[in-house]
Design a protein around this ligand. Structure first.
Ligand SMILES: Nc1nc2c(ncn2[C@@H]2O[C@H](COP(=O)(O)OP(=O)(O)O)[C@@H](O)[C@H]2O)c(=O)[nH]1
Ligand SMILES: [Mg+2]
Length: 437
């Protein structure tokens, strides 16, 4: 079973609550506040696992929830931070937002990525040991951890992608050129999962080749195994189209070239436009003498047609036998020559708006004021949430900035208009303070 696309749910831990507590000591009549902070919630982190090449591990586990932060305690005890959850994925996994389909991250160049941040722990009242009335009295509740429905989609990373009809000899070619051992047999759709192999070219690096299940006419409509597997060669720098030149299955190689080209085009015109070579395979069935390979098109009409069709599309044809390992060096050298001039493997940019854009998108005008059950004034709005997230409540200057921002943005006026008066409690994303007019 091969799984290369799956939807999962992830949630980072919530922040623990800050404690509100007062020191009690012998001989100290009235102790100061000593409530410790809540711990931060654990993050959800993706990490590349070089050994993995499928998303099979997610078949039975689709929900990942990181630990919540512990609550703060008296005597300045800080709550324990929640443990992160590390999720291993194969290199080349795209993380998308399920609902919009937008790419959050391409796990191909970074090794680690935090997809959901744990909520920050609430502040204990120890921070407000010398409360001036202008500053928040105490920060109490921890903030919730982020949660998301995401879709993981594996797009393997290879320099060269093999495309062709079933039984053209794609798997045989990968096996002949690399140490990979894909399944090979004379029946169609032997290959049910993609595989990668490293092809040595004498130099230190070589190149990576990807074998995928065969395509047939109508794959775009779901015929055969459909064309979803093409996603695994979408990053490839070039394609090798494998064609059975012997007509061993009674087909015309020129037709085969057209059929596959059409299906590639229907999947993605961009993929279809990548540089390509045609590997005319099973040439051993036409002649067993390698020196006669170049003569094939002048002897066999079907091969001449293939040459003509390929020339129209701008592709070079190289005659090979994957099974007998004949003329493979010529193919390999041509691939190498082409790769030397091609841009690197495709990687995908995040499609999420960056944070600064998100910030400019929300406005203080959208901040609302509501009354809580206890009579407090509760302010909410994305603009405010971002502001609160940025303030360091341990730092006086940061607090001043907070207060000025509220003033300038008209939030204080809004509170006043809602009937908030001197001494009332105002609550903003876990922060509470007394209203001073
Ligand atoms: N005579 C001959 N048979 C081949 C050659 N390459 C592959 N085959 C055979 O064709 C069949 C299909 O090969 P396979 O590599 O599984 O094709 P795929 O479906 O494109 O991956 C197998 O029986 C292979 O042994 C070749 O160069 N010459
Ligand atoms: Mg195969």
């Amino acid at each position: 079973m091969f799984i290369d696309k799956i939807k999962i749910f992830v949630k980072a831990g919530d922040g623990g609550n800050g404690a509100v507590s007062f020191r009690r000591e012998k001989y100290v009549a009235k102790g100061g506040p000593d409530g410790g902070d809540g711990g931060n919630g654990g993050n959800i982190i993706f990490r590349i696992d070089e050994g993995a090449n499928t998303l099979l591990a997610f078949r039975y586990k689709r929900k990942f929830v990181a630990e919540n932060g512990g609550d703060g305690q008296g005597s300045k005890f800080h709550g324990k931070n929640g443990e992160d959850v590390i999720i291993s994925v194969p290199r080349g996994t795209l993380i998308r937002e399920s609902e919009s389909g937008r790419i959050i991250m391409d796990m191909s160049e970074v090794n680690e990525f935090t997809v959901c941040r744990g909520g920050r722990g609430g502040w204990g009242n120890k921070h407000f040991a010398t409360p001036t009335r202008q500053i928040p009295r105490f920060a109490k509740s921890g903030l919730p951890g982020e949660e998301k429905e995401i879709t993981l989609e594996l797009k393997m990373i290879a320099d060269v992608g093999l495309a062709g009809l079933p039984s053209a000899g794609k798997s045989s070619l990968l096996a002949a050129l690399s140490a990979a051992r894909p399944k090979i047999a004379e029946y169609h759709f032997t290959t049910l999962e993609p595989s990668l192999g490293v092809v040595n070219t004498g130099g230190e690096s070589g190149f990576v080749m990807a074998d995928i299940p065969g395509l047939i006419e109508g794959a775009a409509e779901g015929a055969g195994l459909g064309h979803d597997f093409l996603r695994h060669i979408e990053r490839c720098r070039m394609l090798v189209q494998v064609v059975d030149v012997s007509g061993s299955e009674g087909r015309s190689p020129a037709d085969d070239l057209r059929v596959i080209s059409d299906e590639l085009m229907r999947f993605s015109p961009e993929l279809a436009s990548r540089p390509r070579i045609v590997a005319a395979n099973k040439a051993d069935l036409l002649t067993s003498d390698e020196s006669e390979f170049l003569e094939i098109p002048s002897v066999y009409e079907s091969a001449a047609e293939l040459e003509e069709e390929a020339a129209k599309m701008g592709y070079r044809v190289i005659y090979i036998s994957a099974a007998q390992k004949i003329n493979l060096a010529a193919l390999k050298n041509e691939i190498k020559r082409m790769l030397d001039e091609l841009p690197p493997v495709l990687t995908y940019e995040s499609e999420l708006p960056d944070v600064s854009e998100a910030e400019t998108a929300c406005s203080p005008d959208d901040v609302t004021v509501a009354r809580g059950d206890d009579g407090s004034f509760i302010c909410e709005g994305d603009w405010l949430k971002l502001l609160v997230g940025r303030v360091n409540f341990d730092d006086r200057e940061s607090l001043m900035y907070f207060e000025n921002s509220l003033n300038k943005a008209g939030i204080i006026d809004k509170l006043r208009d809602s009937g908030c008066a001197e001494g009332d409690t105002v609550s903003m994303y876990g922060i509470e303070f007394d209203f001073i007019d």
